[in-house]
Design a protein around this ligand. Sequence first.
Ligand code: ATP
Length: 454
Amino acid sequence: MAVADVVTMDKIVSLSKRRGFVFPSSEIYGGLGSSYDYGHYGVLLKNNVKGQWWRAMLQERDDIVALDSAIIQHPATWVASGHLAGFTDPLVDCRTCKLRFRADKLEEEQCGRKPSKHPGETPECDLTEARAFNLMFETTIGPVKEEGSTVYLRPETAQGIFLNFKNYLQFSRKKPPFGIAQIGKSFRNEITTGNFIFRTREFEQMEMEFFVPPPEAQSWFEHWLEQRMDWYVNLGIRTDHLRLRPHTPDELSHYSSATSDIEYLFPIGWSELEGIANRGDFDLTQHAKHSGQNLEYFDTVTQDRYIPHVIEPAAGADRALLAFMVDAYDEDEIEGEGRTVLRLHPLLAPVKVAVLPLVRKDGQPELAGEVYRALRERVQAEYDEGGAIGRRYRRQDEIGTPWAITIDHQSLEDRTVTVRDRDSLAQDRVSIDALGDEIERRLRAPWRSPKLGA
Ligand code: ATP
């Protein structure tokens, strides 16, 4: 059924815009490079991605608790964490073209001391020496810009977790090994952005810090590598498009003794989806030092006192959403007509069922309305009565709706409807009374990407 992998980034961008997943931001003013707005289906899809992450972190385990910390934190946070001094990328300017690049990504930028592809047709790029450019967005707190009023938009959600570690020891009745999970916006003034929502200056992270007794750090690191790979696979990402890549020693961050990236084969090539790091005791030790607070854990049973080590799976919600869309994108033919279809895992699909009366008369819209109102009590549903049925199916296929319910003349006689499956195109007759249960059964059934073939 499915043809070879046909996806390109351009097709994802255009589908996103056409169907209201993601738009370039501030478009009426000509856009603001690398800022995007999520439309209706994009919001639903991203909520499902985040919902599945919360589910895996909170609902399916009893050793992780949730947090939603502030975006603007005490500026000392970023001194202690090392971000103020070291969260930089090497920046170079081109004297001829007046453009700026990340010195470590020149190949990708099509720059370097070689024939330029920049506007102005300059034959050679004339690059300055690289200088460190801090990626944190700076702003001022309070009405007067004065000494001490500089604050930063957080470049990661993780530090908010470390700042709250002590609170959690006191109220959550947890002891290591346990984790604190958080989803929220982070901001990085990236030198170059691009590839749609892959790298933007404002993005959402899904991070969890797992605090463990130091001798257990390595085994928990391995546990989280496996758990996080499984999360993507269970949500339908093809295993041959997913890999784990350990960082080489010179790639490791200053705080990390081991990091592996989960990478996805995007149309731009293998790229990071999520990083899983063993941060050791770096963060808690630094915050203890800079705040003067004791951030040790005291085990009342063994009388042990120690700073826990931390294992951190850090994922991007936008990047994950992009990977799920890319992995799901497909084109095929139905009765000689081409269609675009998002073969999303049903749990991720923005809309689970569409209710479509075959014709807009003979009591069909009324019965369809009744079916729709009953279904939307249980799942995200959509009602559509306008236009030819084939066009309505194709619209749902493009937003990834796994099941379309059609109400026809027979439905009024025997109270049955057809359930059309997005991938197999099978049409099953189901009684209206059993429909809600049947949809929920299908939603929870094991699922495998049809792009993998038989
Ligand atoms: P990269 O090497 O791509 O810049 P990173 O290693 O700096 O990423 P981390 O600090 O490990 O990224 O952040 C964890 C996750 O947050 C990344 O795996 C990615 O999914 C997401 N992320 C980081 N930076 C961005 C960004 N600018 N835009 C979108 N998502 C991002």
